[in-house]
Write a new protein. Sequence first.
Length: 93
Amino acid sequence: MLATGLRRATASKRALSLVQNQRRHGGSLHKNKHIENWNNWRGDSEKRFKFDSKFFTAVTVWGVVPFGVCYVMGVGERRARDLHNGVPNNFRQ
C-alpha cells in the first residue's frame, strides 16, 4: 500500500513538471494538426519548387509588370506637372 502511494506521488510530480516545462517554453499541451501539416508543407517547399515557364510567367506578371505600370504612370504625371509649371521638356534626363 505504501509503495503504491509513493509511486503515484512520484508519477504525478513527474507529470506536473512536464506540463510546467511545456508551458514555460511556450509549447501547447496538444499539437495542432493544421499547424503541423502547414509546417511539413512549408519544410518541403524546396522539393516542390520548380524552375519552369509557369514560374517565370508568374514572376513577370506579379513582380515586374505592376512596378513598370507604376513607373510609367509616375513619369507621365511628372512630365505633365513639369509642362504645367514651365519646366523645359529635357530638363530631367
